[in-house]
Design a protein. Structure first.
Lengths: 504, 107
């Protein structure tokens, strides 16, 4: 008998989604949060303050560097941007990548040194979404397999939900399961390009880890060698060992840079390589706001004349294709509106995955008279993954505010709180009935997120008041997002409670 | 940019109206073949114009990302709007049914 193509696709969609569904959900939630990596980091380091950067921030940072590190081989200034309020000066005794660096964070208004709390901030979500905290245990391979399964689920989903293309824009709200199925389909349709780009680029980013054999066959040092051959970079700097005083008034250099990069706030980083050498140079890095590629644009400038001496050459097409996919994945180019649209699509994809897992279970429970172990496992895994992750994220934020600043290995402790909270929720779901577990965990999540801004205000009301007076929309938006998340959880809690009482 | 996105929203809504099911729920009568063709042509036309408008802006690659991202939001908006219209019409027709079946007052 000829196999039914659509039935095969439905089977593939169902099980490709189910097998890796929980991992994909975790990756998608943390990945979506990574769109606001800098913003979350800003909230998690309130000591940095909300003040706008001073006018002469580069010149004053250079003065600070010349006082602190006149013997250093490299100075670096990481400037604050629209998304990050962190001003950091760094110096090292060598230009080697692994050279020991000394770093000081400065108040962007007064340039006084600040010691922000030790935290991974939003970067934790970014790292977690592709390592799953299993960096040395094949985390990237798990994430890669999940991306592959996601791609399979996307394409098989097109055939599975073909009705939706016929009844485009239809949502049936009469029955809960039908409404969830329709919402699942609409989320699937609107996020097809988004999910495809992200899953495909995820594979492309780590292609050298997933398929290293060709590189290892053709090059002695595998990936490192191929990178050297196909990546373009500024030519290496050779010190002349002759003393020369560099320009430390950056205003003139800034005007020269503006002729090449005319946009406002174009510079993200400034490096002085061999600052007191006649052959030294300044390297400026552009903010990645106008290009899809993740390749940093850089200019080399003569520190004695202020003239541009070198630009990075364009890379080969194949390399550029990978760079563009990498850039699309990270979306560092996104303006606030585009970022919010991408965040919306991230949330829609997250809903797509979670609803898929719930639909799988409920459709089967409707049909069977007696449930088996598989149903119970999926049911518990659904609750512990969906609610566990939501509560664990809240736990991570609580840890950020409650763990004393002087604690050693503080950032690791924050991550441990995240993981332990998740484990506790998983155990909790095992000992409670399903209905109660959903309800109670929604209540805990709702209350947890609503109380986070309150806790922040109680610990130090100046953080919020300063953000308010300086119109720091980022700090206020993060707190608002917490309140909205809390309210959504409570709305679902109320709906579920009414529904369960009605069923009784 | 904003005009392009508004055109996209209207274009999508017109395309949804080219479907008998949605048209019936919104306008309470059946869709004629001529209207269906008109809605389809204008809908696709507006979508094309909105895309062309985006192509005139720079930087072009970023604008295309904008357009595709907004497409997702606008499809969701149209889907929710049509469902709201459908529910509203059903509620109205239910109410009129109840009114017509009310027992006449006793003399």
């Amino acid at each position: 008998m000829k196999p039914d193509f659509r039935k095969t696709m439905i089977w593939l969609h169902t099980y490709s989604g189910l097998v890796f569904g929980w991992v994909i959900f975790t990756i998608w939630v943390t990945g979506t949060l990574s769109y606001y990596n800098d913003e979350i980091s800003q909230w998690m380091r309130p000591e940095l303050g909300s003040q706008p950067p001073a006018q002469q921030v580069v010149n004053r940072s250079l003065q600070e560097l010349s006082l602190r590190a006149s013997d250093a081989k490299q100075w670096r200034i990481s400037l604050p941007s629209d998304r990050s309020n962190r001003l950091r000066i760094t110096w090292s005794d060598s230009l080697e990548r692994r050279a020991k660096r000394h770093s000081v964070t400065l108040n962007s208004q007064t340039l006084a040194p600040i010691e922000p709390r030790e935290t991974q901030g939003g970067n934790f979500f970014r790292a977690f979404h592709y390592t799953l905290e299993l960096r040395n245990y094949g985390g990237r391979y798990f994430a890669g397999a999940a991306a592959m399964f996601m791609l399979v689920a996307i394409f098989s989903g097109i055939f599975t939900h073909r009705r939706f293309f016929r009844d485009f824009f239809t949502l049936r709200f009469k029955k809960t399961l039908k409404a969830v199925t329709d919402l699942h389909a609409i989320a699937g349709v609107i996020t097809i390009p988004f999910c495809f780009i992200l899953s495909f680029s995820a594979l492309l980013i780590y292609i050298s880890s997933y398929m290293p054999w060709s590189m290892e066959y053709h090059f002695d040092n595998g990936r490192r060698d191929i990178d050297k051959h196909i990546s373009t970079r500024l030519s290496p700097v050779k010190p002349a060992n002759e003393l020369a005083i560099p320009i430390t008034n950056f205003d003139h250099i800034e005007k020269t840079i503006q002729t090449v990069w005319p946009e406002k706030g174009a510079i993200s980083r400034i490096s002085y390589q061999y600052p007191y050498d006649a052959n030294g140079r300044i390297v400026v890095t552009r903010q990645p706001l106008l290009s899809l590629s993740n390749k940093s644009e850089q200019l080399a400038i003569n520190p004695h004349t202020g003239q541009i001496i070198e630009e990075i050459k364009p890379e080969r097409v194949a390399r550029m294709v990978r760079r563009v996919f990498y850039g699309l994945h990270e979306a560092r180019f996104a303006s606030p509106i585009l970022r919010s649209l991408l965040f919306f699509m991230g949330l829609a994809s997250t809903f797509l995955i979670a609803s898929g897992l719930i639909i799988w279970l409920n459709k089967r429970l409707e049909k069977v008279k007696k449930r088996h172990l598989g149903h119970t496992i999926v049911e518990r895994l659904n609750i512990s993954t969906i609610m566990g992750l939501i509560i664990a994220i809240a736990g991570y934020f609580y840890a950020n505010r409650l763990i004393p600043i002087t604690t050693t290995d503080r950032s690791e402790l924050e991550i441990n709180v995240f993981l332990i909270t998740w484990l506790c929720v998983a155990i909790y779901t095992l000992v409670r009935s399903v209905k109660r577990a959903w309800q109670e965990l929604l209540l805990i999540a709702g209350a947890g997120y609503l109380l986070l801004p309150v806790l922040d205000f109680i610990i130090n009301k100046q953080w919020l008041l300063q953000a308010w007076s300086n119109r720091n929309l980022i700090y206020i938006s993060v707190e608002s997002a917490m309140l909205i998340t809390g309210m959504i959880c409570l709305v679902f809690y109320g709906w579920l409670k009414r529904r369960n009482n009605h069923v009784k | 940019m904003l005009s392009s996105l508004l055109l996209q929203l209207v274009g999508l809504w017109l395309l949804s109206m080219a479907m008998n099911k949605h048209y019936r729920h919104t306008f309470a009568n059946a869709l004629t073949p001529m209207l269906e063709r008109a809605f389809s042509i204008i809908g696709w036309g507006l979508l094309s114009v909105s895309f062309i408008l985006v192509l005139l802006l720079s930087p072009l690659p970023l604008m295309i990302v904008y357009w595709v991202s907004c497409l997702a939001l606008n499809i969701t908006l149209v889907a929710f709007f049509n469902s709201y219209q459908e529910n509203r019409r059903k509620r109205c027709s239910n109410r009129s049914l109840i009114k017509s079946s009310v027992i006449p007052p006793l003399k």
